[in-house]
Structures are given as C-alpha cells and as structure tokens.
Design a protein around this ligand. Structure first.
Ligand code: G16
Length: 556
C-alpha cells in the first residue's frame, strides 16, 4: 500500500517550500497559501489514514485563523473532536516534507507497521470545512483529492479494501464554517456512531436549549456587538441569532466586520488578535451608546475577547478574565451542590501574573468543596486541553481568548445523577456543560457562556473587569533567520538554547521591579515572540525592547 500511495502523492509534485521545512506547529500547518498546494493534498492523505486507523471520522479545517489573508493552512481534527494527537503531527510533518518515493513509502511503513491490520475492514470519512480566504476553495479541493486518493481502489492504493468491501474514502464537505463547528461535527458524529454527520442546525439548537435552562424564567434583553474579524464568524453569528429568536431567547449578537467586500481585510486591524495584542479598538466599530458591550472573534472564530469603551479607550476582558469569570461561577455552583469535584485552571506563560494570583485565591477560598490548582503549559490549545483532562472540570484559556471548559465523563455522570434528584446547582452545572463546546475553544459558545453568566449572576462588565487589575504587559514580535534555533523549557518560560539568550533575558529582568519576560518561537508565524510584564507599562515596554534587541545571536 505504502508504495502505491507514495507514488500517488508524488504525482502531485514536490512541496513548493523554497528549501524550507514546514512543521505541523501550534495549530497545524501554516504558510503563504502559494506554498501549500502539495502540502494540502498530503493533509488529506494524513486525515484519511487517521480515519482508517481509528475507524472513526476525523476532520480538516482549511484556515490560517488569525494570520493575514495571504496565508492559509490546515488544522486536523482528531476522532475525539480535539486536536490531532502528537504522534500523528510528527507523521504529518514527515509526510508533508518528503520529496522521494522510497523515503515517503518507508515513512508510512515505519510509523505504522500495523496499519494494514488496524485499517482492515474500515473506510475513511473526513469532515471538511474551510474559512473565507480566497485560496481556501482551491486548497480544500486539494485536501479532498488527498482523502479520495486513499480510497482509490483502481490505483491499487487502497489495499485493505480487497477484504473490507467498504466505500474507500468519503468526504463530508461542510463548506464555509467555523473551526469549532468542524470539531463539534466530528465529536457528535463519532458519539452517535451511525456514520452520519449531524446537520449544523444541531449545533445552534444545543446552544439554545442549554441557554433556556440556564436563563430559566428570567426575562432578558442582552445585546453584544460582535467584531467578526471579516471572517467565518459572521455567518455563524447570523445563524445563531435566528435560532435564539426562534426560541425567544433575549440575547442578540450584532455582527460587524462581517467580511463583505475586500477579502484582504480578514483580521486586518480587527478581530481578537488585533484587539488583544494592540489593546486598540478594531476598525468598523458601530456608533453606539456608552454602555455598549463588544466582543471580537478571530478569523476562524475559535477565539474571543470581550471589551467595552471607557472614555473612547478600550477596556479588555481577555481569555484570562473569561477563565476567571467561569472559575468563580463554577466554584459557587460546586459549593452549592457539594459535589466535591476537582477544578483545574490551565493557563500558558502569557497569562497575566495577576490572573494567576486571582485564580489561586479563588480556589483557596472554596477549598472546602473544591480541590483544584492553577497550572501552566506550553502555548497551543492542544497542550491546555490535554492538561485540563486531568481534572473533573478543566477551565482552560489562553490570554488571547482561546479556550473552553471541559467536564470528565465521571463528573458528567455525578452532575447528571444529582441533577435528576432535583438539585438546582447541579442542574445549572449540567446546562453549562451542554452550552460550552466540549471539544475545543469556540468563540460563539464562549461568548454565549459569558453572556449568560453575567446575566444570571447580575455582573456588569465593569465589575468583571474589577476582579483583578492586570499587571502592565506587552507582546512583541522579532524576526530572525531561524526561529526554530530557539529551544525552551516545556512551559516556555525559559530558553534552553542558545543559553546566552536566557542569560540576557535574566539580566534584563533583574533590573525591573515585578519584571517577568520570556521568549519563544511562534508556531504559526515566522517570528519569535517576546512577552514582558512589569509594575509599569513603560517598564514592560522597555523590557520587551531590550530583550528584543538582545536576540542577535549568530545562530539566530
Ligand atoms: C493558534 C493556536 C493558539 C495560539 C496561537 C498563537 O491560534 O491555536 O493556541 O495561542 O495560534 O500561537 P503561536 O504563538 O505559536 O504563533 P489561531 O487562532 O491562530 O489558531
């Protein structure tokens, strides 16, 4: 099989990577769209092989999320609805870069010696979605071709089908959707296990049903303006509004930056990445009253940040603040229900120091009924999700707004059992678990969860912002020849190579009151990121600048 498959892949030509290596990074493959044609075909192959191996559906989303319009990429959704397991990321990287038939064939054989027996009797089904980029339809088509190649009996590629008599490989094309919707579709399809992908209306209905329970008899009229980054979020917001209104739920999402017009405007001066990094208003803000509430999604709607205007400045409620809001809410419910569940709060090194202290003090306050901890892992939701699985309830958010809340199976059963017995707090926990996307960070789910928590708890945006005051911080980008020459510790707080770089960072930090700074290579952009935090904004800025200037080592 591997030889026939390798030959079919190479018929598409070698990857046009201009001598560079492409890596399955923080969130999949990402590069300028022109470099991706062969890579995307191979992504289709990887997804189909993963589906064959697991006998479950998997997904592919064609998107470069927060990156500029000229970039594109792909995120592979694993059979549990989450991000692709690490082992397969390594395989995907090897396959994407291979230029030689023998090498490719041995890559396939050596990674999966038992593949034929594992795949026997199965067929591949891949759920495909894409964002609004100009390059996306063509790249999605190439993914499709890669998937179908794995089911091609005529070419002799699909050897295991000699015995299984299955359909080979199948694509379920969802068209333009958000990334979390592809995750949701894969998760729900595999949970049902009838080989069908549920219609997306089910996604909107699930949210509406959960909101109805959470709101109870409360009459509401809550409006949020939603900056859709000129990306896919606009369509999902529109559909969600229809479902909300069909169910007479008094929540309305008023979209702006909806992407009609120039495709180059995707993420440009707007969206979650712009708002969170620059702390500036996005373009296109509608004229509005002083008390208006806003949220910004990123280009593929898997991240959200909330904000409001104060004296024409922006007050940001980022991923850390969303995690704080949910953690306080969940602790109250756990106190009330006495379910004795563990609650883990997972952050990355970018979490503001004040948020970590706040979250630790919340857990300490509720220690009688909640066992919990705050932990720090590497950037990328895959790392946060993995860590969050260690708890009954895992709240994980990156400061950039990427995250969700997950409930373990045993926590779900305990909550359900208590809830059937009529316990109000358990019923609320159950509905909250049904509202929030269990597979991955989802801008729309998260925003609805924020809205409902604020509404039922009677918390204003100002009160929420006052949970704690962020330490002044800044994130900058530095361009280097080879960002991958920088290696860090697992939690990315320290550089291990080149050693002199960490010495320079330490020296700069030692001069600064309440200073914290770290450096890491981006996994989605060709740059090195520098994060600095200090007692004063000017000092944080200076610290980032000093460290940025220090990144001049010959190896870089
Ligand atoms: C992706 C990841 C996020 C990560 C971000 C930046 O976001 O899903 O977890 O925080 O990239 O990563 P890096 O600093 O490695 O470039 P998105 O929204 O672009 O998919």
């Amino acid at each position: 099989m591997s030889k026939a498959l390798a030959s079919a892949i190479l018929q598409k030509g070698p990857p046009a990577l201009s001598g560079k290596t492409i890596t399955y990074g923080t969130a999949g493959f990402r590069a300028n769209a022109d470099m991706l044609e062969c890579v995307m075909f191979r992504v289709g192959v990887v997804a189909a092989l993963r589906s064959l191996q697991t006998h479950k559906m998997v997904g592919v989303m064609v998107t470069a999320s927060h990156n500029p319009a000229a970039d594109n990429g792909s995120k592979i959704v694993d059979q549990d609805g989450g991000m692709l397991v690490h082992e397969w990321e390594v395989f995907a990287t090897r396959l994407a870069n291979s230029t030689d038939e023998a090498d490719m064939s041995s890559t396939i054989d050596s990674f999966y010696p038992d593949f034929n027996s594992q795949a026997a009797g199965g067929s591949a089904t891949v759920v495909l979605g894409r964002d609004t980029r100009v390059s996306s339809p063509k790249l999605a088509e190439l993914v499709k071709q890669g998937i179908l190649t794995c089911g091609d009996r005529g070419g002799g590629v699909c050897r295991w089908h000699d015995t299984c008599g299955g359909e080979g490989a199948k694509v379920v094309d969802l068209g333009i959707v958000t990334t979390p919707q592809v995750h949701w579709a894969v998760l729900r399809a595999n949970q049902k296990g009838d080989g069908q992908v549920p219609p997306l209306q089910g996604y909107y209905e699930e949210h509406a049903q959960a909101l109805k329970v959470l709101l109870g008899s409360k009459q509401t009229n809550v409006k949020f303006h939603v900056d859709c980054a000129n990306g896919v979020g606009a369509k999902a917001v529109e559909e969600m509004n229809k479902t909300l209104s069909e169910h007479s739920i008094g929540f309305s999402l008023v979209p702006f930056n909806v992407g009609d017009g120039d495709p180059e405007l995707l993420n440009e001066g707007c969206g979650a990445e712009h708002v969170q990094k620059s702390r500036k208003l996005p373009s296109g803000v509608p004229a509005s009253g002083g008390n208006d509430k806003f949220a910004s999604f990123d280009g593929d709607a898997d991240r959200v940040v909330v904000w409001y205007k104060k004296d024409s400045n922006l007050v940001l409620l980022d991923g850390d603040k969303i995690a704080a809001l949910f953690s306080v809410y969940l602790c109250h419910l756990l106190d009330a229900s006495k379910l004795k569940l563990s609650l883990g709060i997972v952050q990355t090194a970018y979490a503001n120091g004040s948020s970590t202290s706040f979250m630790s003090s919340v857990l300490a306050k509720h220690k009688e009924n909640v066992t919990g901890e705050v932990s720090c892992v590497a950037t990328g939701v895959k790392h946060l999700h993995h860590q969050a699985l260690h708890y009954d309830i895992g709240v994980y958010f990156e400061a950039n707004g990427h995250g969700t809340v997950i409930f373990s199976d045993s926590a779900r059963s305990k909550i359900e059992e208590r809830s059937r017995g009529g316990d109000a707090a358990a019923q609320t926990l159950h509905a909250f678990a049904s509202l929030i996307n269990p597979a991955i960070g989802d801008a729309l789910s998260d925003l609805l969860a924020v809205m409902v928590v604020l509404e039922v708890e009677g918390i204003s945006l100002e009160q929420w912002a006052g949970y704690y005051e962020d330490l002044p911080s800044i994130m900058t980008k530095v361009l280097v020849k080879d960002r991958n020459a920088i290696k860090t510790t697992k939690d990315e707080q320290r550089v291990t190579e080149p050693k002199e770089l960490q010495d320079a960072v330490d020296a700069a930090v030692s001069k600064v009151e309440q200073g914290r700074c770290f450096v890491r290579p981006s996994g989605t952009e060709d740059c090195v990121r520098v994060y600095a935090e200090a007692g004063k904004q000017e000092t944080a800025n200076k610290l980032a600048e000093d460290v940025g200037t220090d990144i001049t080592f010959p190896s870089l």
